[in-house]
Design a protein around this ligand. Structure first.
Ligand code: ZN
Length: 78
């Protein structure tokens, strides 16, 4: 009886590990950028003090795209 319980725990543990692995695999991080010409960095949130002064519209894009467009993270929110 004890052996069956242990085997069950191993199977369950294996399932939980595989599920959490699948959830972390396609991780896409989104950031916010200001479309104004003065904006040179991307932001973690759209409520950051650095993006509040944005004169143009704020766009939500992936971190990968933000790195290509703006190049560096904001000093206030990162
Ligand atoms: Zn910021």
């Amino acid at each position: 009886m004890k052996k069956i319980v242990i085997a069950g725990l191993i199977v369950l543990g294996g399932m939980l590990t595989s599920v959490s692995y699948q959830q972390t695999e396609p991780k896409v991080e989104y950031v916010y950028i200001c479309n104004g010409s003065k904006a040179v960095c991307y932001h973690k949130t759209n409520t950051c003090n650095g993006i509040k002064n944005c004169s143009k519209e704020i766009t939500k894009i992936t971190k990968k795209e933000a790195l290509e467009i703006k190049g560096r993270p904001c000093k206030l929110c990162y």
